[in-house]
Design a protein around this ligand. Structure first.
Ligand SMILES: *Cc1c(COP(=O)(O)O)cnc(C)c1O
Length: 231
């Protein structure tokens, strides 16, 4: 077994254990393998080890990699999406985790209509109100919900967050709790289910699962350290 398949196997076991520890069915916590910056060969190793869900943060990178890999893979866009790239990504992405503003949501809805698609999307929440990050503010999301639900092309899955990074994964927990509580609140006030939570990365995915993540986005723990910084 190569490194990638070994690490993938280890992550899967940790996901399973984390789910079982809190009494969850392990099948409810999916693993998104975040392959940004890694070459197609690395993804092929993961595919050979049974991985089908891949996350990338750039539209161009999905466009470059997808044609070189099996059509059965599912690509999730997890990075910031610019409106001028929506038309390109919609036919390729199985889900978009980074709907972080009403104007982007409107553009995705309109273009999905033109293309005859119903994209699966997550609403990204900027919980710590970091100016360096995209995403809805909490208040902004509350007041935008009605209009978001009126965008009939969007299949809104749930919420996504990227907590401020700290080496100590326990410091991510309060953010995961807030995302789950916000989800519960919006389900009540909006009257529509938001069943999914996209949260947790290499260093904190077990805590995310304990707090309700349904998909964890794990990159470096599978593929190794990236040689350039995450944009
Ligand atoms: C890069 C990235 C990840 C994965 O980060 P790792 O620490 O390598 O697991 C997860 N989510 C987003 C949004 C990312 O950009």
């Amino acid at each position: 077994m190569n490194d990638i398949s070994q690490r993938l196997q280890a992550i899967r076991e940790r996901i399973q254990n984390a789910a079982e520890r809190c009494g969850r069915d392990p099948g409810t916590a999916e693993l998104l393998a975040v392959s940004k910056t890694f070459p197609v060969e690395a993804l092929q190793e993961a595919v050979a080890a049974g991985q089908l869900l891949f996350g990338e943060n750039k539209v161009q990178e999905i466009m470059a990699k997808a044609p070189q890999l099996p059509a059965s893979l599912q690509w999730h866009l997890i990075g910031h999406l610019q409106s001028n790239k929506v038309r390109k990504i919609l036919p390729l992405a199985a889900a978009i985790h980074s709907i972080g503003s009403l104007s982007l949501a409107r553009d995705v809805d309109r273009i999905a209509g033109e293309l005859g698609l119903f994209p699966k999307v997550y609403l990204e929440v900027n919980l710590a109100a970091e100016s360096s990050k995209h995403g809805f503010g909490i208040e902004e999301l509350r007041s935008s919900l009605e209009e978001l639900y009126a965008l009939r092309r969007l299949e809104i899955q749930g919420l996504m967050c990227i907590p401020p990074y700290d080496e100590d994964p326990e410091l991510s927990r309060p953010y995961f709790v807030r995302l789950r509580e916000l989800r519960d609140e919006l389900e009540k006030s909006g009257g529509a289910p938001l069943p999914r939570l996209s949260m947790g990365m290499s260093h904190d995915f077990e805590i995310a699962i304990a707090e309700g993540a349904t998909i964890v986005r794990v990159g470096s723990a599978i593929f190794g350290e990236r040689t350039y910084a995450m944009p």
